[in-house]
Design a protein around this ligand. Structure first.
Ligand SMILES: Nc1ncnc2c1ncn2[C@@H]1O[C@H](COP(=O)(O)OP(=O)(O)O)[C@@H](O)[C@H]1O
Ligand SMILES: [Mg+2]
Length: 262
């Protein structure tokens, strides 16, 4: 059964989308069957995988509204000619209204879980990119997920908001998804030229009682450039430090002890 990982942190700009795209692509490069799910109305994961988000007839929004079934909005091999076993459930700007629209539906927190339950068996990994908020779309993502992966940016306010995030994860565990676990924390945008990055890593390690991945994703301009070419880092610049970082993270995720019994 596929492992469903929600990449979440309510802060914007911490590397959720960069991590979702590149972890998904590096897992696929290692021969895993991967589905990337874009739950952010901004659609950066969708465009980062080379799909024109303004030109889609059907998206995950339609599947969530039951306008179509989930297979109809899935894009198989968005990265044409690359032979990565990667599929995508693309986002739509209309998802921004989900908070108001879906709340009317029966069990609105379980919409994504129900969609994914029909297809998760076809994949080894499902990676969900969450929006920068703790609203209904993130609740749907965490309710559908086995684990939450939390990217933390190596900057001064790194720990701000983490208490609230952990509180939300625990609440979802209690009320909506009893088996939800925290996959781990991954540091992003580490700048080896500054002391600040090192201090942040040390400080978070001292204050956070969660599994922290050994891999630290460096600040790497190639990672920032790749989405404008619609490519993940391993296809954009295979030999960059960013590509190496996400390959290492993919190895660690594959070997995470949490899954020893699955
Ligand atoms: N390791 C990195 N090195 C350089 N730039 C990065 C790195 N990770 C993310 N970025 C850039 O930082 C910005 C925010 O990252 P993003 O993944 O979109 O964050 P989020 O999804 O949490 O809002 C983007 O412009 C992205 O290209
Ligand atoms: Mg994002």
């Amino acid at each position: 059964m596929g492992r469903i990982i929600a990449v979440a942190n309510q802060k914007g700009g911490v590397g959720k989308t960069t991590t979702s795209i590149n972890l998904a692509a590096c897992l696929a490069e290692k021969g895993k069957k991967v589905l990337a799910v874009d739950m952010d109305p901004q659609g950066n994961l969708t465009s980062g995988l080379g799909v024109d988000k303004n030109n889609l007839d059907l998206t995950i929004y339609n599947a969530m509204r039951d306008d179509c079934n989930v297979g109809e909005c899935m894009i198989v091999h968005p990265l044409e000619n690359q032979r990565l076993n990667l599929s995508l459930l693309p986002s739509s700007r209309e998802l921004a209204g989900a908070e108001v629209e879906f709340i009317e539906m029966e069990k609105p927190q379980y919409i994504l879980k129900q969609l994914l339950s029909k297809i998760r068996d076809k994949f080894d990994f499902v990676i969900i990119d969450c929006p920068p908020a703790l609203g209904l779309l993130t609740v749907n993502s965490m309710t559908a997920a086995d684990t939450v992966l939390v990217p933390i940016q190596c900057e001064f306010f790194a720990l701000d908001g983490l208490t609230q995030l952990m509180y939300t994860i625990n609440l979802i565990k209690k009320q909506l998804n009893k088996t939800l676990e925290i996959e781990g924390v991954v540091f992003t945008m580490f700048d080896s030229r500054t002391n600040l990055s090192l201090e942040v890593v040390e400080n978070v390690k001292e204050n956070l009682d969660q599994f922290i991945y050994k891999t630290i994703i460096p600040r790497n301009v190639r990672l920032a450039e790749a989405p404008s070419f619609g490519l993940p880092i391993n296809l954009y610049d295979s030999r960059s430090a960013g590509a190496q970082g996400y390959r290492d993270l993919a190895d660690e995720v594959i070997n995470n002890k949490l899954y020893a019994n699955m």
